[in-house]
Design a protein around this ligand. Structure first.
Ligand code: NAD
Length: 700
């Protein structure tokens, strides 16, 4: 018998303790242990009431992920919750750490709840495309009301104990030792003859919500929930809390199973595991040393440098900032302050905390002052000579063991490393803009980057709350390399007859946050144009006049996007709402005629394939070359860095759902029917192989 759950006696109070490290996941041993110890306590005449608590750092933090996808061994979670609720003796849950998902559902099965002030409660199932399936959608609305329950379940975000107490999810906050307070609280309840409060026997208050409450709620989440399956299921489940409890529970079950079987949830669960895998590198054993990072420096405090620095000051790591002159530093730090001030305005931090953050920055003009930092991140202009010059200087002044990182988007990390005497300490840390917000960090492993340095950066990514994905060195690394085809085909389809609005609508409906042309207008069309100029000069682009032609023409006309109130669309001054501009359509037709391109109707389906399949094809090459270690790493890059809809799992997972053979056949069809002089539609050998052998990217 497992000893994950034990029963001890504190005079007349029986204490059931779950001890299933690291997070007391509600595994089979825990479920059966609770049921067994509860029965024992109920059969013991010396016990008058029961406290359910957990050892270690948290109350039950959720499901046991190793049980995911397997048949559930009895007793299931519902049986545990029911057993607690139907206990003949009063049960109090004592919460600390995070009571999430099944953990909170267990607590809701208890008659009362006490928590330490630092505890958090939540039902995060929505994040995996699911809903709480052990009565959570039925009990929470009965306990705290429909509106707050719905908001909590649909957001999936944990709620701090103090708020949960105001909302009545928690009955009391502990002021001292949790177990002692819980026992005392239980004694108070006993002596006041408090009833065994069974939430299932409460009713929701229908009068609490207006007739159009649910429609208003739907409208309020429409933007965030677009494309996801679970939020609407949750709404339906919470609506069913008006039914008699057993009926509501049956409805919850039905809706849960539909979620479980939905492709959206499959994709979201896949991404959950993909993220956990991303930090595991086959040739980096667990015991690889990690260097301590206590002080860092950022070279260049422009768009990226300032945001990068904030990730570190946020966790209390001081940052030295190097710029070309005092004004540039001032400008950079003023931007950082402005970003933090936004946090103050939103109530996320106090003025005092802002000042504490700002005190962590030290402007530096002399490179010799960098002799004590553990990590330097260079984020100056994208220019190889400049970067080399900086790395030579860093090599000279930095202490042995300092990690020298570059935030370059396109340059060869190995070439940069080669100018130093310590290429094994050099690595790429490719942040995404805005660097203080975007979760993705591509960790670029150079030819000579040491395992220790790589391991340190993987661990560091977690510390600064990024999802780190390791990429090999190549042009554009994983994300930007794949992006090229997406942009290229968008431009070609414009010449071939698709309208700007059609492409944008189709791609938006596919699930991207915005269409590629709206995106271009937002980012500035000149940004891509500049990159093309450099790439052409460096011979890194095909000699194809059509490639980026329309965007380049717009730049020539001074139409740089939103910032000039004109780009692919036109904008009222100061407005971000795009309006179609007939002049652009005419210009595109003119260019098509000049190049002898016959315009035609392009179907929505073709637009999706032509934008998304190049990602898959390039992804296959990236995988085969070993630039990415797994298809799931590519999917993490695209869902976290480029807005690929998580409910589609990322481009590679999407390819598996569409069917590799279909993707491959379509790519061949484009190669054979479009003007493919430049070999854009040459299928990647790996794609061809998977299509031939009937395998998926997940199996590769
Ligand atoms: P930026 O022009 O906004 O900032 C560059 C900063 O570097 C400027 O403030 C400049 O004064 C400073 N600088 C120039 N020479 C310097 C020197 N010798 N010493 C110290 N500082 C110097 O550029 P950015 O957009 O922040 O890009 C920086 C790097 O990050 C580039 O390599 C770029 O490719 C990469 N990157 C940019 C983005 C993005 O979206 N902007 C995303 C990922 C990576």
């Amino acid at each position: 018998m497992s000893n994950a759950v034990s029963l001890s006696r504190h005079d007349e109070i029986g204490v059931i303790t779950v001890d299933n490290p690291p997070v007391n996941a509600i595994s089979h041993a825990v479920r059966s242990g609770i049921v067994e110890k509860l029965a024992e306590a109920n059969n013991d005449d010396s016990i008058k009431a029961i406290v359910l608590n957990c050892a270690g750092r948290t109350f039950i933090a959720g499901a046991d992920i190793t049980e995911f996808g397997k048949p559930i061994a009895e007793p299931g979670l519902n049986a545990v919750v029911n057993a607690l609720e139907n206990s003949s003796k009063l049960v109090v849950a004592a919460l600390h750490g995070t009571a999430l998902g099944g953990g909170l559902e267990v607590a809701l099965g208890c008659h009362y709840r006490i928590a330490v002030p630092s505890a958090k409660v939540g039902l995060p199932e929505v994040k995996l495309g699911l809903l709480p399936g052990a009565g959570g959608t039925q009990r929470l609305p009965r306990l705290i009301g429909i509106a707050p329950a719905l908001a909590m379940i649909v957001s999936g975000n944990p709620v701090p104990a103090s708020i949960a107490c105001d909302q009545r999810t928690i009955d009391r906050l502990a002021s001292g030792d949790l177990l002692a307070d819980a026992i005392e609280y239980t004694r108070d309840l006993l002596s006041s003859r408090a009833p065994l409060r069974k939430i299932s026997e409460m009713d929701t208050d229908e009068a609490e919500v207006d007739e159009d409450f649910y429609d208003q709620f739907r409208a309020s989440i429409a933007k965030k929930a677009r494309g996801y399956f679970a939020p609407e299921q949750i709404i339906k489940a919470v609506q069913a809390a008006n039914l008699p409890f057993e009926q509501g529970l049956a409805r919850e079950r039905e809706l849960f199973i539909e979620c479980m079987q939905s492709p959206e949830s499959a994709a979201q669960r896949y991404l959950f595991f993909a993220e956990r895998h991303a930090s595991k590198i086959p040739d980096i054993p667990r015991d690889t040393p990690v260097r301590e990072i206590k002080k860092i420096a950022v070279i260049g405090a422009g768009t990226m440098g300032g945001g990068i620095a904030m990730n570190f000051t946020n966790i209390g790591i001081p940052v030295k900032v190097v710029e070309v002159n005092a004004e540039a530093i001032e400008r950079g730090l003023a931007q950082v302050r402005k970003n933090y001030a936004r946090g103050v305005k939103k109530g996320r931090m106090t003025e005092e905390q802002l000042e504490q953050m700002m005190n962590l920055y030290t402007p530096v003009t002399d490179y010799d002052d960098l002799n004590d930092v553990d990590l330097v991140i260079e984020a100056v202009f994208e220019n190889m000579d400049l970067k080399k010059e900086i790395f030579r200087k860093l090599d000279r002044v930095c202490k042995p063991g300092a990690i020298l990182a570059t935030n370059t988007s396109t340059l060869d990390v190995d070439e940069i490393a080669a100018v130093t005497e310590r290429p094994d300490d050099v690595i790429g840390l490719h942040f995404f803009s805005p660097a203080n917000i975007m979760r993705l960090l591509e960790i670029v492993r150079g030819e000579q980057t040491s395992k220790e340095v790589l391991n340190t950066c993987i661990k560091l990514a977690k510390k600064i709350k990024k999802v780190g994905v390791v990429s090999g060195v190549c042009d554009g690394f994983i994300g930007n390399r794949m992006l090229e085809g997406y942009g290229r085909e968008t431009g070609l389809m414009l010449l071939e007859g698709a309208s700007i609005e059609q492409i944008d609508k189709v791609i938006f409906d596919f699930g991207m946050p915005m269409g590629p042309l709206t995106m271009n207008d937002l980012a500035g069309i000149d940004v891509g144009a500049k990159i093309r100029v450099e790439r052409r000069a460096a011979g890194r682009m095909p000699d194809d006049e059509r490639f980026g032609l329309i965007a380049d023409k717009l730049v020539e006309q001074g139409r740089l996007g939103q910032k000039t109130s004109a780009g692919f669309y036109k904008y009222e001054p100061g407005s971000r709402a795009p309006t179609p501009d007939l002049a652009v359509g005419a210009m595109i037709r003119e260019e098509a005629a000049r190049l002898g391109i016959e315009q035609r109707d392009i179907s929505d389906e073709e637009i999706v394939s032509r934008c998304i399949y190049p990602l898959i094809n390039e992804g296959a090459r990236i995988l085969q070359e070993g630039i990415a270690l797994r298809a799931s790493d590519i999917d993490i890059v695209w869902t976290n860095g480029y807005g690929f809809p998580p409910y589609r799992g990322g481009p590679m997972f999407y390819a598996d759902t569409v069917g590799i053979k279909k993707v491959y056949d379509t790519i061949c069809h484009f190669r054979n029917t479009l003007d493919d002089r430049f070999g854009y539609w040459e299928p990647a050998p790996l794609l061809e192989k998977l299509a031939r052998t009937g395998k998926t990217f997940a199996e590769y």
